[in-house]
Write a protein that binds this ligand. Structure first.
Ligand SMILES: *[C@@H]1O[C@H](CO)[C@@H](O)[C@H](O)[C@H]1NC(C)=O
Length: 795
C-alpha cells in the first residue's frame, strides 16, 4: 500500500512536465503495478485511445511496461531490476513512445527507474584465513577482500566494521577508481601463548532502508616465535631425602614450562651450583627429576640449596631454587664419654655419693638423638640426669664391702629412635674397706682339754676369730683378758699368742689341784679405732694316772708287828681283813683292783678283786703256821696302771701272846735300823700308852654301864684326823672324799713318811675279848667306816 501511495505521488509530480511525459517508478514493482495514467496525462479520452489503437513502441528494447487501453494507464509488464538494466549508471530510465493512429500521433514517454535497496553487500568468500607470526610488528598490513553491493547511492556499500578490534584495526584507502582498499592493520602485538587463534568478523554495511549487511569471517592463526623463556612452576622447590638413601634415589621432580611451541618450548634442566659439592651429590635429568648421586649424611649437612636452571632451545632460561632437607635416620648410637670416675669408694660413703660423671651425645636430632641411660639392675647405684647431656652415677644406699667388694656398673644409653640404638660403658668400682666388722670367734665359747702334768708352754689349743673386713681392718690380735683363777691372775695359767690365738699353758697343771678354769680372750682387729669381741674359754684339765693307789689299811710300817688274827677255829670264808686303798686320781685311774701277789700259803687266803677283802678259802688247821704273810697288790685301772703292794701279816692263833712271840722274831729279823723309825716307834709307843690308858678308863666305865654287853669297846683303832693340803676340799669332787678326811697316816710305802703318829703302838693295842667268839669287833668297826664313807667316823 505504501508503495502504491508513493507511486501516485511520483506520478502526479511528473505529469506536470510539459511536452515530456516522464514517470518515475521504483524497480522491482510487481506485474500489473500502475506506472501512470497516460490517457489523462496526454489529455486523450478513452475513445481516442481505442480508436487510435494506441500502443507502446520501444524499438528493439525489451518492453517492460505495457499500456492498458481500456483504462488508459501504463502498468508493469515485466519485473524491472535496475541493477540489471542500468548497473551503476544513473539515472536509469526507460524510453519509449506511445503511438496513435488516425491521426498518427507520437508521444515520447520516459520512465525513470529508481533504486531500491534490494542487494546486500556481498563478499566473494565467506572465510578468509591468515597465518601471522606472533612476532609480527605493529602496523603490519593485511589486505582484505572488498564487498560488493550493486545498489547505488545510499543503498550501495557504505562502510566496513571489523570486530573484535583488540589486535587489528581496519583501514580503508580510497583508490583511483573510486573504490576503497580494505586493509587490516596490526595494532597490538600478537601472543600465541595467549591466543593462538583469533576470529574476526568483517562486516560490510549499505545505507539503505532497511540496512543490509554482508559478513566475512577472518581466521587468524598466530604462529609461534620463541618469545617465551621457560618458567619454573615454583620459585622455590622443597624436597626431602632420607639420609643414607641409595644412589639413584629420585629426590623430587621439578618442571619448568615454556609457553612456546615445538622446539621453542623444549626445556633442558641443569644444576647451577657448579663448584659446590652439591653438583656431585645430585643431578637433574631432562625430565626435571632430581636424582641422588652420592651419600647424604644428616649429621654433615642438614639441607642443600640447589640452583636449578631451565633452558629452552632458544637459549632462554629461568632459574629456581631447590631446598632439599635431609631427613634424619637413627644411624648414630649415643656416645658415652666418662668425664671423671673414681675407681674406688668407701663402703660407708653416704648415699648419693658421686661415682662418675659422664656426658652422652647422640648426633642425631630430635627423638633419634634423645638419649636415656640406665644401669644394670640389682646394684646399689643409680644414674641421674644432671643437665644437658650430663649424667652422674651416684650411690643409692650405703655399700657393704663385705657383701660386694667390687661392682661392674654397666651404663647403657639408648636413643629413642626406631629402632633404637644404644651403647654401653662398663665401670669397675672397688669398694674400699672401712672397719665396720668386729672380729667374730668361730664359736660362742670354747672348751679345751689339757691333760695334767703338761709341760709348761704347751699349746693347748687355738681360738680363732674372723673379721669380715679387709687387710689391716681384718688383722685380728688375741689378748688374754685379765681375770683371776683361785686368786691367781689367769696369766699365770695360760698365755695367748697375739697373732695366732694359740693358747699356751704357762704352768703344769695338776688335775688333783684344779680341774677347770675359765678365762676370756679378746679378739681385736687392727682398724682405727679397733673393734673387738670376747669369748669365754673353759679349760678342763684331764686326769692322768699320776698317782698310784695308796693303801690306807693295813698300815705299813717297816718292821711293824701288825698282824691280823685268825682264830684256828675260823671257817671257810672267814673275813681276815680288808685292804683299803684309795687313788687320788679319778675315774679309771682311781678304779682299784686287789690281787694276791704272794702268800705263805696260797691255798689258805684269797683277796676280793674289787673290795680287797681277805678271806680264808679253807678251814684253818693246826698245821698251818701261825705267821702267815700275804702280799696284796693294789692296781688302778689307768693306762699304764699304777700299783701299790701291801704286806698283810696274819697270825693264825688263838691267843695274843702266841702271836706276839711269833712276830717278834719276824719283826726283829726285818727291823730297820733306822733312827727315824726308832724315834717314831718311840713316839708312837708313848702315844699308844696314853691312848691305852684312856681306853682302860673308858672301858671301865663301859663295863659298868653295859654289863650285859660283851663288847668291851667300840673301836680299837687309833684314828687321827689328818688333812693333807693336797686333798683340800676346795678342789671339788674326788673319789672317797670323806675318807681322805679321815685318812690315817699309815702308808705302806712310807717308812720314811712324814707321819707324826706312829702305828706300831696302835698295833699293840689289840685287845682281845676273851669271851668273844673270835670275831674281831675292831674290824667290824673299820668295815663300817669304809663301807659308809659319808658317815664320819666316830671315836
Ligand atoms: C667385672 O668384670 C670383670 C671382667 O668381665 C670380671 O672379671 C669381674 O669378675 C667382674 N666383677 C664383678 C664384681 O662382677
Amino acid at each position: 500500500m505504501k508503495r502504491q501511495v508513493l507511486v501516485v505521488i511520483f506520478t502526479l509530480h511528473l505529469s506536470s512536465v510539459i511536452g515530456q511525459f516522464s514517470y518515475s517508478i521504483p524497480e522491482e514493482l510487481a506485474k500489473g503495478s500502475l506506472v501512470g495514467n497516460i490517457a489523462r496525462d496526454l489529455g486523450l479520452d478513452g475513445k481516442r485511445i481505442l480508436s487510435g489503437r494506441a500502443r507502446i513502441y520501444t524499438g528493439d528494447s525489451v518492453q517492460y511496461i505495457e499500456l492498458n487501453r481500456e483504462r488508459g494507464i501504463l502498468v508493469i509488464k515485466e519485473r524491472i531490476d535496475r541493477e540489471g538494466l542500468c548497473r551503476q549508471t544513473t539515472p536509469c530510465a526507460l524510453h519509449f513512445q506511445i503511438t496513435l493512429e488516425n491521426p498518427l500521433e507520437l508521444f515520447p514517454v520516459t520512465v525513470e527507474i529508481t533504486d531500491i535497496n534490494d542487494n546486500v553487500p556481498l563478499f566473494q568468500n565467506e572465510d578468509r584465513r591468515f597465518e601471522i607470526s606472533e612476532s609480527a610488528v605493529i602496523g603490519s598490513k593485511f589486505m582484505l577482500e572488498k564487498a560488493i553491493d550493486p545498489d547505488i547511492g545510499l543503498n550501495g556499500l557504505q562502510k566496513y566494521t571489523l570486530k573484535p578490534s583488540d589486535n587489528f584495526m581496519l583501514k580503508l584507502q580510497s583508490q583511483s577508481d573510486g573504490s576503497k582498499k580494505v586493509e587490516m592493520i596490526l595494532q597490538k602485538s600478537l601472543d600465541r601463548e595467549k591466543q593462538q587463534h583469533i576470529s574476526l568478523l568483517l562486516t560490510a554495511e549499505d545505507g539503505g532502508e532497511p540496512q543490509r549487511t554482508g559478513t566475512m569471517h577472518i581466521h587468524v592463526t598466530v604462529l609461534d616465535a620463541n618469545d617465551n623463556a621457560p618458567v619454573f612452576t615454583k620459585s622455590v622447590y622443597k624436597a626431602s631425602i632420607i639420609e643414607n638413601s641409595a644412589i639413584g634415589t629420585l629426590v623430587t621432580k621439578v618442571s619448568a614450562s615454556d609457553a612456546d611451541q615445538g622446539s621453542n618450548g623444549e626445556v633442558i634442566y641443569v644444576i647451577g651450583n657448579r663448584i659446590d659439592t652439591v653438583s656431585k651429590l645430585f643431578h637433574i635429568n631432562s625430565e626435571g627429576e632430581v636424582i641422588l648421586d652420592g651419600p647424604v649424611d644428616y649429621e654433615k649437612e642438614k639441607n642443600y640449596h640447589i640452583d636449578i636452571e631451565a633452558i629452552d632451545q632458544g637459549g632462554l632460561s629461568d632459574s629456581s631454587k631447590m631446598i632439599i632437607d635431609v631427613i634424619d635416620v637413627n644411624d648414630n648410637s649415643p656416645v658415652v664419654n666418662i668425664i671423671s670416675t673414681s675407681s674406688s669408694v668407701q663402703e660407708d660413703s653416704a648415699p648419693k655419693t658421686v661415682i662418675a660423671l659422664m656426658s652422652v651425645n647422640d648426633p642425631d636430632p630430635d627423638t633419634n638423638g634423645k638419649v636415656n641411660c640406665v644401669i644394670n639392675q640389682d646394684i646399689p647405684f643409680e644414674i641421674k640426669f644432671t643437665s644437658n647431656h650430663f649424667y652422674s652415677l651416684v650411690t643409692e644406699r650405703e655399700l657393704d664391702r663385705e657383701t660386694d667388694s667390687a661392682y661392674n656398673i654397666t651404663v647403657t644409653c639408648s636413643d629413642e629412635g626406631v629402632p633404637s640404638l644404644s651403647s654401653s660403658v662398663t665401670l669397675t668400682l672397688q669398694i674400699s674397706d672401712v672397719n665396720d666388722n668386729s672380729p667374730v670367734f668361730e664359736r660362742s665359747s670354747y672348751e679345751a682339754y689339757i691333760v695334767e702334768n703338761n709341760t709348761p708352754g704347751l699349746s693347748i689349743f687355738t681360738v680363732k676369730a674372723r673379721d669380715a673386713d679387709w687387710n689391716q681392718n681384718a688383722r685380728v690380735s688375741y689378748i688374754l683378758e685379765d681375770s683371776s683363777v683361785n686368786g691367781v691372775p689367769v696369766s699365770s695359767y695360760v698365755s695367748v699368742s697375739a697373732d695366732g690365738g694359740v693358747i699356751h699353758a704357762v704352768r703344769s697343771f695338776d688335775y688333783e689341784q684344779i680341774k677347770v678354769f675359765h678365762f676370756r680372750v679378746k679378739a681385736q682387729d687392727g682398724g682405727s679405732p679397733p673393734l673387738s669381741s670376747n669369748v669365754t674359754v673353759k679349760v678342763l684339765i684331764q686326769d692322768q694316772n699320776d698317782n698310784p693307789p695308796q693303801v690306807l689299811y693295813p698300815v705299813q710300817t717297816g718292821g711293824s708287828l701288825v698282824a691280823e688274827m685268825v682264830p684256828r677255829s675260823a671257817d671257810v670264808g672267814y673275813l681276815v681283813t680288808k685292804v683299803v686303798a684309795v687313788d687320788v686320781d679319778s675315774g679309771q685311774n682311781a678304779w682299784l683292783s686287789y690281787k694276791l701277789q704272794k702268800a705263805t700259803d696260797r691255798a689258805l687266803f684269797e683277796v676280793g678283786l674289787q673290795n680287797g677283802e681277805i678271806r680264808t678259802i679253807r678251814g684253818v688247821t693246826d698245821k698251818d703256821a701261825v705267821k702267815q704273810r700275804l702280799t696284796v697288790i693294789v692296781e688302778d685301772n689307768g693306762q699304764p696302771s699304777r700299783s701299790a703292794t701291801v704286806i698283810v701279816n696274819v697270825a693264825v692263833a688263838d691267843s695274843f701272846p702266841e702271836v706276839l712271840s711269833e712276830f717278834t722274831d719276824y719283826t726283829q729279823d726285818k727291823e730297820y735300823n733306822d733312827n727315824l723309825t726308832f724315834y717314831l716307834v718311840l713316839a708312837l709307843a708313848v702315844v699308844s700308852f696314853l691312848f691305852i690308858t684312856c681306853l682302860v678308863v673308858i672301858i671301865s666305865v663301859k663295863i659298868y654301864r653295859w654289863r650285859q654287853s660283851r663288847v668291851l669297846y667300840h673301836s680299837n683303832l687309833p684314828v687321827i684326823p689328818y688333812y693333807p693340803p693336797r686333798y683340800s676340799d676346795t678342789l671339788g669332787t674326788g673319789t672317797l672324799q670323806h675318807v681322805y678326811n679321815y685318812e690315817v697316816c699309815r702308808t705302806n710305802d712310807s717308812r720314811k713318811s712324814d707321819c707324826k703318829f706312829g702305828t706300831v703302838g696302835s698295833q699293840n693295842v689289840q685287845i682281845m675279848d676273851p669271851s668273844s667268839t673270835g670275831t674281831m669287833q675292831r674290824i667290824q668297826s673299820e668295815k663300817n667306816i669304809l663301807d659308809e664313807p659319808d658317815s664320819p667316823l666316830e671315836v
